[in-house]
Unconditional design. Structure first.
Length: 342
């Protein structure tokens, strides 16, 4: 009779494997410097302190995923960077409003617990948290046989930050004659991968044998937290935008006040090899601009007199450069000229 017993394990869910994975996360989390206050891994909920020094603290929250970049990781069997992407997609949104990231939680849903794969993902998440100076305080791993095909999975992130009410970067701080600077991206970041994969499939490219694409397509999303928070602390920026889905046009439009327009000169944008490669695949300029960051991962809006001061806050590969100016008008953003893809 014992052989006929129905168990959760027979349905495809291995609770013991999930528990062992939680212990692994708790162990590497405890080893991280400064993580002694966050002993929440494995509990029902995470408890965190609100840092001192905020007179009127406001909580800012963000959630995101990495889209179909996961499928590139699956093809290449490489999972150590998409965790960084996951953190980046969340914390880069928090800093747009001036918030310092405090905590991060992840959600991983998978067909079957694969400890090697999951450990690699979590190590990437930990690396992303370290880069953004926040803490991984919890999450959820769901084994979902029947929902995902063999080897398939998805990840999502949730982050919380804090900002003093007086330091919030709102639309009211952006003024006429302010300058718009582009901060370079590290590459495609985590948007537009469905189109990237469509091109790869259409051209029947063997991704495992294409060294250029292997290197470019799993480059982790640049985390801009340290640089932007230092600028905010020094009162050097009036606004900023994370350039994700929708590209430059849609994301800058989101932060513009009524009556002002961001005049952007596309000719000034410094593209990267991966975007030049994508452009060659019969994609229009308009499609490129609304799908990809095209080399601009983040934008900052500053007073003209702060231009020289700003650049010293960034390393060589990410030095901001001028692409536009704030003027009076309607429509919030206008794109001029064309990107130079050569």
């Amino acid at each position: 009779m014992k052989k006929n017993k129905i168990t959760y394990l027979k349905s495809g869910v291995n609770i013991k494997a999930a528990d062992n994975f939680v212990k692994f996360i708790a162990n590497i989390s405890a080893k991280n410097k400064g993580n002694k206050k966050f002993k929440n891994i494995g509990g029902f909920g995470s408890i965190s302190d609100i840092p001192k020094g905020y007179k009127r603290p406001k909580i800012v929250a963000s959630t995101d995923g990495v889209g179909t970049k996961i499928e590139i990781a699956n093809i290449l069997n490489k999972y150590d960077t998409i965790g960084i992407d996951l953190v980046a997609m969340c914390v880069n949104d928090l800093i747009v409003q001036g918030a310092k990231p405090l905590i991060f939680l992840d959600y991983i849903s998978i067909n079957k617990i694969d400890i090697v794969k999951l450990k690699s993902i979590i190590k990437g998440i930990q690396a992303g948290c370290k880069l953004s100076e926040c803490q991984l305080v919890g999450g959820e791993t769901a084994e979902m046989p029947g929902t995902y095909e063999k080897g398939k999975f998805d990840i999502a992130g949730f982050s919380v930050g804090i900002v003093d009410e007086k330091k919030i970067l709102g639309k009211n701080k952006i003024k006429k004659n302010d300058l718009v600077l582009a901060v370079p991206s590290s590459g495609v970041h985590s948007n537009g991968y469905s189109l990237v994969r469509y091109i790869i499939n259409k051209k029947k490219i063997n991704l495992k044998k294409n060294n250029f694409l292997k290197k470019e397509l799993l480059k982790p999303t640049k985390i801009y937290v340290k640089e932007i928070l230092r600028l905010i602390k020094s009162n050097l920026i009036n606004g900023c935008a994370n350039i994700t889905g929708g590209g430059i046009k849609d994301n800058i439009k989101r932060i513009m006040p009524d009556g002002l327009v961001a005049n952007i000169n596309l000719e000034r944008i410094k593209t990267k090899n991966i975007f030049r490669w994508l452009k060659k695949n019969n994609i229009t300029d308009n499609e490129m601009l609304k799908t990809f960051n095209c080399g601009v991962g983040f934008c900052i809006i500053i007073k003209p007199q702060n231009l020289k001061k700003i650049k010293k806050f960034f390393k060589k590969d990410y030095k901001p450069y001028l692409i536009g100016k704030i003027v009076q008008g309607k429509g919030k953003i206008k794109l001029h000229e064309k990107i130079n893809w050569s």
